[in-house]
Write a protein that binds this ligand. Sequence first.
Ligand SMILES: [Zn+2]
Length: 247
Amino acid sequence: MSVEQTIERVKRMVDESSKIAILLGVGTFIESGGENIWSSRECYRLEEKYNKTPDEMISVEFYSARRDKFFEFYKNEILLDDLEPCSLYYDIKKLQDTGKVRTVITQNTDGLHNKAGIRDVIELHGNINNNWCPRCHRNYEAQYLKNAKAVPLCEDCNTSIRPGVRLFGENIANNLMTQAVNACEGADLILALGTNMYDNMVKFCTGTYTGDRLVLITKEEHYTDKFADIVIHDKVCNVLPKIFPTL
Ligand SMILES: [Zn+2]
């Protein structure tokens, strides 16, 4: 089947569906200009700079033991304030407005989906704008943390603010996992965007999906691509306008 025919087929599937589950992987963040800190090049750069790997730094242990260093890394490498969502996010928002989307699930913590106005997103790894004070529970946006000189402290009670992203060593909340699995299980079409079938989120969320409409759209080829029902290798930004109804 040619690429054009595959795209036609997926377009028909979108037309026919009313309970679409959309999974957003790191590729959608990269298409918006983000750097993947898990790529080998970035891991190497960060290890050179901080003498630790990113997963060591974004961990419960490091957060507890070296909070100043944790926030140095977190502010410089995770809180990127100039990032804007690329067109794929706005295409998803428009599709969501038609009522066809049952759920959007992401492991990205960048908040780009919020900026584009996508609603009710299941954020498996949290959100950089969802920071809170563990003592008085006041919430803080990313910019507040970014502006803090060292460890960001709560304005009300001077307690150090807990970042809104999941740290290594912490579990994903059970209720979020259940919601994500249920949404995919009952979906009439799954669009996995900017990810691959080896990814934990994709494996986990689609594990109980028994349909034959799991469509993977991603720029990067991967040896597990064969586990998707349909694969389109291209940037997500390029593909969505071709498969979504003209809105
Ligand atoms: Zn407080």
